[in-house]
Every structure is written in C-alpha cells, then in structure tokens.
Design a protein around this ligand. Sequence first.
Ligand code: SF4
Length: 334
Amino acid sequence: RQLKKHYGGKKPLFGPAPNPLRAVDGISFDVIEGETFGIVGESGCGKTTLGRCIARALEPTDGQMLYRPKDEKEPVDLARLKGKALRPYRLDVQMIFQDPISSLNPRMTLLDIIGEPMIVNGLAKGAEVKRRVGELLERVGLRADHMSRYPHAFSGGQRQRIGIARALALNPRVIVCDEPVSALDVSVQAQILNLLQDLQTEQNLTYLFIAHDLGVVEYLCDRVAVMYVGEIVELSDTERLFDKPLHPYTEALMSAVPEANPYSVRQPKILEGDLANAVNRPDGCHFHPRCSYCVNRCRTEEPQLRELEPGRWVRCHRAEELSLSGASDTLVEG
Ligand code: SF4
C-alpha cells in the first residue's frame, strides 16, 4: 500500500535538499495466493527495486507491505519489521535472480549453495540436508549426484535451475522472480518457464514475475502491472490487457513485441525520447513528453490510478476516449 523506495534527497549542511530518486513511488496492488502477478516496464522503471523491497532485500522508504502468514487471519506489515522479527517471513518470500551466473557463489558446491539456507534457518542438519538437496535437484530437473559439483560445471539454464532449487530450499510461499529467463537462450527459456509452472501447481506457489519481455508475461502471468518511472500506469488481468490496453505506454510496449506471423503489418509505435528521469520527472502526466495522445491537460495535471472497469486500473486522463491497439489488433491476412 503506497509503497515507496527513494534514494538520496537528504538535506546537505548548506543549501536546499536535492530531489530524491523515486525508484518506487506510491505503488499499491494486491497479490492473490497461487497466482502469477507480472510486473513489466522498461529498464530503469523501478520494477527490480519493487521486487527487492517485497523480498525485503531492500528496506522501503515508506508505505506498507501487508502479508498474511499461513493459517493466520491478520496480516503483518513486512515494511515495518526488522532483524529477528522479520526472520520467519524471510523464509516465506524467496527470490530467483536474473543472472544465474553471478547469483551463485563459484566457490561453493551445489550442496553448500542449496543446503546452507536450510542449516542457517534450522530446517535441517547433517544427512537430512544432503537428502533434501538431492530431492530438490531432482525436482528442478538436475541429478542428485551432481551436488558435489561447482556452478561453473553447468550451463546457463542448469544454473537457473540451481537458483530455483535454492529458492525452494526454505519451502517458500511466494517467489519473486526477477527476470529469471532474460539471460537464457529462447529454447532454454521455455524449459525454465514450464518448470516454474509445474512447481507452482505442485506447491501452490505465488509468483511475482518481473519481466520486460511481454511474450513471457502473456504466457505465464494471471495479472499484470505496467510500471513507468516508479509508478503503476496500468493494472489488469493478462487477457484483457493484451486484447485492449488502456494506457498509451502499454500500447507502445505491445507494438514492439515481434510477431511470428509473415502477414503481420503491425507498425511498431516508436516512443520518442528516453524513459523520464526519476529525479526530475515531467510535470503533469510523467509520460506526456513521449505520448502521441498528449493534450494540454496532460502537461499540467497528474493523472491518478483509477479503476475504469472492474479489475482494470489505468493512470491516464484520456483512457475512456482512446481506442488503443492490443497485441493482435494490427494483424492482416493477405
Ligand atoms: Fe498520454 Fe495524456 Fe494519457 Fe498521459 S494522460 S498517457 S499524456 S493521454
């Protein structure tokens, strides 16, 4: 609820305080147990910072992160907890990282990489650790007898499987997947996505799936939030979002997805300029300098995120009157 992560902005001894970098600026959404909730946007839009706040790898500047522990009715605010008080919830929320190479310690064997979190958190010890690491390796499609090997002996896709096994080691309920397939070959991407889906069904996992690849998001996610300079500009179930986006930024992102159809005449919407500066954001709608639908009101008045249809939220003054193109609108047979 209204989650913020700002950097800098502290007042120096002399002179006025500079503007902070608003990596995440007042974001609110719900994640339903067992779903895959996607977060998409360009590099620098704040999606990774948001994911790291949720996994409490970063401390939010402000706002709440309400989490309902298993078998309890009342939620706890993870944004307020620190140190030992946070520890039980750390087990519940794990992370899979983008880069399967740098996220694994090259001097540790798979047994140590996957077994260490179990030992540190008192979930297993001695021979039990070995047994559970073997089980986890097999569950992610690797061989249990490879546990004495080091990460460099494995391919990129296999390393991501190791990262997934490590995330599963603490029996989490929620996994924040930070672009888990973007560093992998396309053929390997499909295997990892299918593995994530199978694990979700087996263990009723909830995924927060951060990505910039809309094809991956459409394949995997139940609902999607589109981020632009630290804010959500559109939130919807995946089907309606891809069928008919409500925000011009979403439309532009979709038009950039390559089509495998030789009869496609889709014209990509080229966005002018770069992503807005998160320190000095444009007045009014932060997207207005790049928006081809911009009118005077957009330059002065900041739009709020509002529910246009049940379950569909958008931050645009003109969402009702615009008729934007979805992912398949511009295909023509002939
Ligand atoms: Fe474009 Fe105006 Fe909507 Fe912003 S508010 S996205 S500038 S039409």
